[in-house]
Design a protein around this ligand. Structure first.
Ligand code: PBG
Ligand code: ZN
Length: 325
């Protein structure tokens, strides 16, 4: 293929041709919207670093979820801000915990919206780590029991899917076993398979009030320098029974998305995390970028890298743009 026999520009010359040869596309069905459920009532507190994203008390969250559902977004993923935190994250697996109450309210008012729950301990522990602390570090095996209890209580409250984000070894098997033993073998599990210890989670920690009170998460989340390790992490989760695997963060890890796409045939998700969202919002507010264009280009980059599903705070905006055409 060489010039002048071949001219790449011929097929780019008309919008109708560009539409015909477009290799990837984005659908509203690809979107999952993360939401923050806060204890109390009448709460609608904007996250200062995430314009447009709020901590919402249950009645407000239900209202917003209804709107998101009407836009055609198929699913939300829930994060909880409990009234009380303690060393073992009791609210995470309490029958009347913040997430359990939110699930019940959502399933009652918006039954067709898929409710996915983030399964982790960091929003519920007073030390802010993703599990139980022993000798200054998170104890893997002791944490597994609590994660399984948390996932089970989400399923009992009516969650449609659970998504463990803690990065403990063996958590997919532990959760799968507990769900199966208790009559929830039909509930799918989406695992945060390759989750990196990332600075891009900064704004989320303000939103979820889950900043670790000492140290960091590098003893359980992945080292940003590692690529092959993502395949091992994903393989473990697939063998333990994950139904969907996820890469997180998104934009800085598109190579990992592509690696997992090439290696596994399961549905693949990518998490366009808080810091990625905040950077776009900040630049747009300064008039430095065309916000809509950058958002849609970012979404397409995930599809091109091989993702099926995109967890993104932009979901309602993207749905609106897609609808408008
Ligand atoms: C909890 C969790 C985090 C995110 C999703 N689940 C934060 C963390 O691991 O520190 C980050 C999401 C985001 O930044 O948007 N383990
Ligand atoms: Zn966590």
């Amino acid at each position: 293929m060489y010039f002048p026999t071949f001219r790449s520009r011929r097929i780019r010359g008309k919008e109708v041709f560009r539409r015909m040869v477009r290799e990837n596309s984005l659908s509203v069905n690809d979107l999952i919207y993360p939401m923050f459920s806060a204890f109390g009532s009448g709460i609608r507190k904007e996250i200062s670093s995430m314009p447009g994203i709020h901590q919402l008390s249950i009645e407000n969250l239900v209202e917003e979820a209804q709107a998101v559902h009407e836009l055609g977004v198929p699913a939300v993923i829930l994060f909880g801000i409990p009234e009380f935190k303690d060393a073992v994250g009791s609210d995470a697996y309490a029958d009347c915990g913040i997430i359990q109450e939110t699930i019940r309210a959502l399933k009652k008012s918006v039954p067709d919206l898929a409710v996915i729950t983030d399964v982790c301990m960091c929003e519920y522990t007073d030390h802010g780590h993703c599990g139980i602390i022993k000798d200054g570090d998170v104890d893997n095996d002791a944490t597994l029991e609590l994660l399984a209890k948390e996932a089970l209580s989400h399923a009992q409250a009516g969650a449609d899917m659970v998504a463990p984000s803690d990065m403990m070894d063996g958590r997919v098997a532990a959760i799968r076993d507990t769900l199966d033993e208790n009559g929830f073998d039909h509930i799918p599990l989406m695992s945060y398979a390759a989750k990196y210890a990332s600075g891009y989670y900064g704004p989320f920690r303000e939103a979820a009030e889950s900043t670790p009170q000492f140290g960091d998460r590098r003893s359980y989340q992945m080292d940003p320098a590692n690529r092959r390790e993502a395949l091992r992490e994903a393989r473990m989760d697939v063998e333990e029974g994950a139904d969907i695997i996820m890469v997180k963060p998104g934009l800085p890890y598109l190579d990992i998305v592509r690696d997992l796409r090439n290696e596994f045939d399961l549905p693949l998700a990518v998490y366009n995390v808080s810091g990625e969202y905040s950077m776009v919002k900040a630049a747009a507010r300064n008039g430095w970028i065309d916000e809509e264009r950058v958002i849609m280009e970012t979404m397409l980059s995930f599809k091109r890298a091989g993702a099926d599903l995109i967890l993104t705070y932009h979901a309602p905006e993207v749905a609106r743009i897609l609808k408008r055409g």
